[in-house]
Write a protein that binds this ligand. Structure first.
Ligand code: WTA
Length: 652
């Protein structure tokens, strides 16, 4: 882990506060700060009592014997001995309760096509696809890769896996063939579900063509199911590839939901860490489902009449937890939009809110900053009066963007919930409760009931209010990750070795005098580019994989729109000439290796990189060079001072 410096200093001074509107509080699930505090106190004093009461909201085939078994720490078991089926909780039980005609998914494709699925219709689709998977030999515990555009089929495929106890590994459609192959191999997937393509900015993203390249290097994958989304030409390999519509037409809609153990693995989701290849974060069934459904209800104050829209793709954890599992477990109506926010025009999101009367909207700061740049005329031309709660996730939201979101999108009347969490936490950990919490632009405010956090120094001692430190979580929680798939040693090392007995988030933060948390960003080598997690190491290894590159160091540079942009310092092999053409080639090479989301913004050629005497690249210094700052970092261990001076010259 890179050092965050002796102290994490915070210069943000934000004093505005926003109390929840009285009318909102009066009808909220949690109506006052006093009530929120009572819940926090209860959960802290009696975690088993709190969590078991909350778990009554799920449908169980067999009740649990033990709420939380932490004797094998850092491996938790939740609701030990209990049995349930995640897909039955998300679909069947709403139909059984007489809500089969309620709309589950309101889908809008980028070209403007629209489709809706009621809970009863969703049940049929999920059962059929579960039978398709069974017919392909998929049994409980097998891994299934899902590489689909953001269409209802993605949710159907995920829920079908859950129904039969298979473990899904969803890969974002923006990742490359290489990334798909790596993930297939790490998970040893048996089946991959994809589409011919998906619509993005008026073009077809060629998903099946990527899969064809990936499958040449994915020996465990036996079958590829292809959903025809765009009617674009694809090559079908006989014996391996089957059409979704053909398989579905032949499948029975009868697939009883078999109960599984609470700890049945539900999914693996690959995310970036500070070292090595992406890690497969493993989540299990009951605890995850409880975490996402409870937080979805409380943080967005979900009511039966809500039309809820989370803009995240299912390829990210936000799409898992808050597009699919949380809202569907709550029987909510979910909007799903396939494409880009500026297609065909910059008001697409606002048109969707107007059209479907969206009441709860959840998006990312990077998107909000893009909307600000495009101008107020776009949202102002649409009727956004249906909105009542606005959410933010993925990176720290700057107060300016928060204020714009609150005023221009929320008309000043909608509480803004800034939600802090991670792929690893499964569900929201720190966030306002919209009917209770006084919000502050830029603060995720307080931990949710049952989430015990602290801000500590390197030794694990709490730091005083107002001072920066590491954010840790001190008690297990139901939706916590269980391990890194196939690499338990890395799980222990990355999360449980820094501060004894506590989960290390790798985020810097500070607590203010009111106890509100301000997240200050990652303290490791993880980049946050447009809310997407990437590791500097992944980009570096893609670069050094190029035949002309000797060495590379990658750092993030603050970026007004994307949060961070990717700057690469590259030394070339002897005899290779540094040209602008080569920069273009290297950028394309990284995009090909990882995906377009990792395309470097800048490449700087240099003769050598600053290193410590032990040979470690000093990324802190490079970050300062990239940002054009005079470095205040400690250079006492720098091996060759002249390297740094030269880098600066080259920059001028
Ligand atoms: C950052 C996304 C500040 C943080 C759910 C975290 C945030 C990483 C916030 C996890 C927020 C997420 N305020 N920072 N509200 N939400 N982050 O795994 O650095 O893609 O560690 O999960 O995003 O990213 P991930």
């Amino acid at each position: 882990m890179a050092s965050p410096g002796p102290n994490i200093s915070s210069s943000l001074k934000e004093t505005r506060t926003f109390a929840p509107p009285a009318e909102f509080s009066a009808n909220a699930h949690v109506r006052s700060e006093a009530e929120a505090q009572r819940l926090r106190d209860w959960a802290e004093r009696d975690p088993d009592g709190y969590w078991s009461t909350q778990a009554e909201s799920l449908q169980w085939a067999k009740r649990w014997d033990v709420v939380c078994d932490w004797t094998g720490a850092p491996h938790a078991k939740w609701f030990v001995g209990g049995r349930l089926n995640v897909s039955a909780n998300c679909v069947d039980r709403h139909v059984e309760a007489g809500n089969g005609d309620k709309v589950a998914i309101l889908f809008e494709g980028e070209p403007g096509d629209a489709r809706s699925l009621t809970y009863a219709q969703l049940l049929v689709e999920v059962c059929k696809f579960a039978n398709v998977l069974k017919s392909l030999g998929v049994v409980a515990g097998d891994r299934v890769t899902i590489y689909l555009p953001l269409t209802p089929e993605a949710a159907i495929a995920m829920l079908a896996c859950a129904r039969i106890g298979a473990v899904h590994s969803v890969i974002f459609g923006g990742f490359s063939a290489e990334a798909v192959a790596d993930r297939n191999n790490d998970a040893k997937s048996k089946v991959i579900v994809t589409a011919d393509g998906g619509w993005r900015r008026g073009k077809v993203v060629p998903l099946k063509a990527n899969v064809d390249v990936a499958l040449a290097k994915s020996p465990t994958v036996e079958t590829c199911v292809v959903y025809n989304r765009c009617d674009s030409p694809v090559t079908m390999t006989p014996g391996r590839d089957v059409w979704w519509h053909e398989a579905m037409a032949a499948a029975s809609a009868d697939c009883p939901a078999e109960p599984f153990d609470s700890e049945q693995p539900l999914f693996v989701l690959y995310t970036s860490g500070s070292t090595g290849k992406p890690k497969g974060v493993l989540h299990t069934s009951a605890g995850f489902l409880l975490g996402v459904s409870l937080t979805h209800k409380l943080v967005f104050d979900i009511k039966d009449s809500d039309v809820y829209w989370c803009t995240a793709d299912v390829g990210w954890v936000t799409g898992h937890s808050y597009t699919v599992y949380g809202p569907l477990a709550n029987g909510c109506t979910v909007v799903m939009y396939e494409g880009a926010p500026n297609q065909p025009h910059e008001d697409r999101f606002w048109r969707i809110i107007e059209k479907y009367k969206v009441s709860v909207f959840y998006t990312a700061p990077t998107a909000i900053r893009a909307f600000m740049k495009w101008g107020d005329q776009w949202p102002k031309g649409c009727d956004l009066s249906s909105l009542r709660v606005l959410g933010s996730v993925g990176e720290p939201i700057n107060p300016e963007a928060w204020m714009w979101y609150h005023e221009v999108i929320g008309g000043g009347r909608c509480p803004v919930v800034d939600t802090w969490w991670q792929t690893e936490t499964g569900a929201i950990m720190i966030a306002p409760l919209p009917g209770a919490t006084v919000t502050k632009p830029g603060s995720a405010t307080k931990p949710l009931p049952g989430v015990i956090v602290d801000v500590v120094d390197r030794q694990g001692n709490p730091v005083p209010a107002g001072e920066g430190g590491f954010l840790i979580i001190k008690r297990p929680w139901p939706s916590m990750m269980r391990t890194i798939y196939g690499d338990d040693a890395r799980f222990r090392e990355a999360y449980w070795s820094h501060i004894p007995g506590a989960y290390f988030t790798a985020d810097g933060s500070r607590k203010d005098a009111d106890g509100d948390i301000w997240i200050m960003g990652r303290v490791d080598d993880v980049l946050n580019v447009s809310g997407h997690r990437l590791s500097t190491m992944e980009v570096e290894s893609a670069l050094v994989g190029h035949t002309q590159v000797a060495e590379a160091a990658v750092v993030g540079k603050p970026d007004d729109l994307k949060g961070e942009s990717i700057v690469c310092f590259v030394t070339l092999k002897q005899g290779v000439t540094a040209t602008d053409e080569l920069k273009v080639l290297l950028k394309a090479h990284v995009a090909e290796e990882i995906g377009a989301l990792a395309r470097p913004d800048e490449i700087k050629f240099t003769d050598s990189l600053p290193k410590t005497r032990s040979g470690k690249i000093m990324r802190r210094l490079l970050r300062d060079v990239a940002a054009g700052k005079v470095s205040t970092s400690d250079t006492s261990t720098l091996e060759d001072y002249s390297v740094l001076a030269k880098l600066r010259e080259e920059d001028e």
